[in-house]
Design a protein around this ligand. Structure first.
Ligand code: SAH
Length: 454
């Protein structure tokens, strides 16, 4: 039997959906080892043993996998952001496609051949247009800033993230120099008033940057000095906002925002349209890849100009608006009020007059639309990781659209939902994985389903 601290030799034979290496001992115990690659032969130290599984860490690499590369970030092993910095991008893409195949075959009981080649990202570094950088105090009371360790709220100090554009790292550095001398401005569960996160957004096409400071209170010591120095040094900053979050919670953003400098939103272009982005509105983090993702969704929607299109979980309306010129009318549904305000403004500023947006829970809104007698030809869904509710799938099926396009950021909930669609007279025609998040274990997929007698 295995015990804690044993050193065992392992061959890594596969990866979990989170990107950890998997090996099997002679006794058939499955061992999970982060930061490994398929083909590695390692000495591992056992950290924890449960019934038939164990968790271990690499002690020594005896023979490296051919997939291995030298990680180009000094904190990649501690930081929870990247899990694939030690394998080639080709190996990462293969692992991500496999994750989608595994989910749709095991959970969805579908044929794995429906899964097409994964669309690689144009940029594998610097692609993120959004960063949430936690701020805290270490055990000596020194200010630290960086990214959370995996499955934890421990901050790994880092102000030079490879996934961020250069401008974020420069702003983070200047911000750090301001707060590093002012530990009293940092949030603690005791003071509740201080700064919790530096939240940055970047509109790649215009170069505009939004700086959002998440704090327990609207004012903190020397706040005006910080704003003045940041805007002077970085003219790209077009908006500075304080978001208030006094609650002792894991949720990063609070409900209230105050603009302290410049505009309330920044503006980006996506698929040839201009979009306003408010601090609390969702916007795809990898812009170039989002255009490709939406391109696949558009191909799958097969619009002719005659259709009623419903875009559920529409955020600021990006997917639907990018297709509005190809359909008769568009109805978008989203739960965050500011995102709906953005969506309406986005329709207007792009001269789109056949769109209507509803601020509501998707399941409730669709039931209501059905009650109004709306008969959509195509429904697009793009839910958060938890996927769709069975009631929503049921109502969608009752509305009887010819096609359903499912954009998903979680292959497991996607596969679960596809299985329900299949029971409701829909067939899955094709699944295209798209890599929106290089170096992380996340993968996006787009699926086209057709009604069986369509
Ligand atoms: N399609 C958009 C946004 C996708 S992210 C884009 O590509 O940019 C998922 C969106 O679903 C978020 O904007 C989130 O606020 C919204 N959302 C989450 N739960 C919801 C619910 N129950 N009903 C409607 N929208 C919801």
């Amino acid at each position: 039997m295995l015990s804690k601290n044993d050193i065992i030799q392992l061959n890594i034979t596969s990866l979990t959906s989170d990107g950890d290496g998997v090996a099997r001992t002679g006794e058939g115990i499955v061992v999970f080892v982060p930061n490994t690659a398929v083909g590695d032969v390692i000495d591992a130290r056992v950290l924890k043993v449960k019934k038939n599984v164990a968790y271990a860490r690499v002690e020594e690499i005896l023979a490296p996998s051919p997939d291995r590369i030298e990680p180009d970030c000094p904190v990649s092993r501690q930081c929870g952001g990247c899990v694939f910095r030690h394998i080639s991008y080709e190996a990462e893409l293969a692992a991500k496609r496999q994750k989608v195949v595994d989910c749709v075959t095991r959970i969805g009981k579908l044929n794995g051949e429906l899964v097409k080649n994964i669309i690689p990202s144009k940029n594998i570094d610097g692609y993120r247009n959004k960063a949430m950088i936690p701020v805290g105090l270490d055990k000596n009371g020194e200010v630290i800033m960086g990214f959370y360790a995996r499955h934890s709220h421990r901050i790994v100090p880092c102000r030079n993230c490879r996934l961020s554009p250069e401008i974020f790292n420069r702003i983070a550095d200047d911000f750090y120099h301001f707060i590093s001398h002012r530990p009293q401005t940092v949030y603690t569960p005791q003071n509740r008033g201080g700064i919790r996160h530096l939240y940055l957004r970047y509109a790649e096409s215009t170069g505009d940057v939004m700086v959002c400071i998440v704090a327990g209170k609207r004012h903190f010591e020397d706040d005006l000095i910080l704003y003045d120095s940041l805007k002077e040094k970085h003219p790209q900053i077009k908006s500075m906002v304080v978001n208030i979050n006094p609650d002792d919670t894991n949720v990063i953003l609070g409900k209230k925002c105050y603009t302290v400098y410049g505009e309330d939103c920044i503006t980006d272009t996506l698929c040839g349209l201009r979009f306003d982005i408010a601090p609390r509105s969702f916007y795809q983090v990898n812009r170039a890849q989002a255009e490709r993702l939406y391109g696949v969704a558009k191909d799958y929607a097969q619009l002719t100009g005659q259709e009623t299109l419903i875009d559920l979980y529409c955020g600021t309306g990006t997917i639907g608006l990018s297709m509005a010129s190809g359909c008769k009318r568009l109805i978008g549904v989203e739960i965050i009020p500011e995102a709906i305000e953005n969506a309406n403004a986005n329709a207007q500023r792009n001269g789109i007059s056949n769109a209507r947006f509803i601020c509501a829970d998707a399941t409730e809104a669709v039931a209501k639309l059905k009650g109004e007698g709306i008969t959509p030809d195509v429904i697009i869904v793009d839910p958060p990781r938890k996927g769709l509710t069975p009631e929503l799938i049921d109502t969608i099926a009752q509305m009887d659209p010819d096609r359903v396009v499912y954009v998903s950021c979680d292959p497991a909930t996607l596969a679960r939902d596809l299985k329900i669609f299949i029971e409701k007279n829909y067939s899955v025609k094709e699944i295209t994985p798209v890599d929106l998040f290089p170096r992380t274990s996340h993968v996006e997929s787009v699926v086209i389903m057709s009604r069986n007698n369509a």
